[in-house]
Design a binder for this molecule. Structure first.
Ligand code: PMP
Length: 354
């Protein structure tokens, strides 16, 4: 840290992204990306004449993209906010809705960025432990005097709660915003988007990074009552009005129009998830029932860090956490069937060596 860094950030613990190593080609099962390329239409848009128009700023209202998303989700354009990845949606939500008197509650085990944003903006955080079996109990979030954010399905557990359970939380916190991070909803969760028509304090946040194979393009969005969208837009226009680049905005429209392609990919991922879960079970692993594109699993004879290292030596990347409750687990992204077979073979080889 330089001597010029503002003192208010001297204790800030930044988010640590999953590794993106450049030393060799790994079977990458560590950051929940899709194993499939973007749809052919998306690739065509990016390779087409659009690239020649990069001399021009994009439409700061992102009208075409918001309209496409509105149509897909059965809402109006004014109910849609678009951003540079869902990380930016979350960032703007913390800025817009939280302050010293309006803190935020989130689970102790969830997406690590919630804690980082709370610390970055000096927002009081109420950290609510998951139950011992890792499930999120909705009643733990009833009548809290603060905003709330959680991932559903949750990460890294993959466990989901129903829309009715989310509704119970939204209903019982009418004075605060409930942000439901649905980054993984397309792999089996139940979306709360329909509830945004009924509740003016519910913001559903989604991404193109997982089911739509566009992690590298950086595109996320939120659906909510139009007043909440206006609040987010006020923050966006106060920080970076052209927050999405032209190519990504165009590609986003093409992705929304490629619904069938992505639906089929999600079906294959779910199939590969069931296959991998069964294979791990045969090997004595304990795996949480996942609704996401990853499995949170415990090896019978190695802790998370040891298994992670043994797999990395064999060219397979997974993720582990050095936290007491999580240390026996690894999180494995579900890739193609052949990637999962390479992973399983590496697991067998690693355990033989032990
Ligand atoms: N929410 C959750 C729960 C995630 O796991 C991720 C991906 N790391 C994100 C949000 C952010 O995704 P992106 O910024 O790529 O949209």
């Amino acid at each position: 840290m330089s001597k010029y860094m503002s003192a208010q950030f001297s204790g800030l613990k930044a988010y640590t992204p999953g590794e993106q190593p450049l030393d060799m080609e790994y079977v990458k099962l560590n950051t929940n990306e899709s194993p499939f390329p973007p749809s052919p239409q998306v690739i065509k848009v990016i390779q087409s004449e659009q690239a020649k128009r990069l001399n021009l700023y994009p439409d700061p209202e992102y009208t075409a993209l918001r309209q496409a998303l509105a149509q897909r989700y059965g809402v109006n354009k004014d109910n849609v906010f678009v951003a540079n990845g869902s990380d930016e949606v979350l960032n703007f939500s913390f800025l817009a809705f939280c302050d010293a008197n309006n803190g935020i509650a989130f689970p102790n085990i969830s997406y690590g960025f919630y804690q980082v944003f709370a610390q970055l903006y000096h927002i009081p955080a109420k950290i609510i432990p998951l139950r011992p079996d890792f499930h999120l109990a909705p009643e733990d979030y009833w009548n809290l005097d603060c905003n709330i954010v959680f991932a559903n399905p949750n990460a890294p557990t993959g466990l989901a709660i129903s829309a009715a359970q989310v509704e119970s939380i939204v209903q019982r916190n009418p004075k605060h915003v409930v942000v439901v991070d649905e980054a993984y909803v397309d792999f089996g969760g139940e979306s709360c988007v329909p509830l945004t028509k009924q509740y003016d304090n519910l913001l559903v946040c989604m991404t193109f990074s997982k089911s739509r194979s566009m992690a590298g393009a950086r595109l996320g969005f939120a659906i909510a009552n139009e007043a909440l969208i206006e609040d987010l837009d006020r923050i966006r226009y106060s920080t970076n009005p052209y927050n999405i680049n032209r190519l990504t905005a165009k590609a986003g429209v093409a992705a929304v129009e490629s619904e069938e392609y992505y639906k089929e990919n999600c079906r294959v991922i779910r199939e590969n998830r069931a296959y991998t879960e069964t294979q791990l079970e045969r090997r004595g692993f304990y795996t949480l029932p996942s609704q996401a594109n990853f499995l949170f699993t415990r090896c019978p004879d190695m802790d998370g860090s040891t298994l992670y290292q043994a797999l990395k030596r064999r060219g397979v990347l997974v993720r582990y956490w050095d936290k007491p409750i999580l240390r026996n687990y690894v999180r494995v992204t579900i890739g193609s069937r052949s990637q999962m077979d390479v992973f399983l073979a590496a697991v067998d080889d690693a355990r033989k060596e032990k």
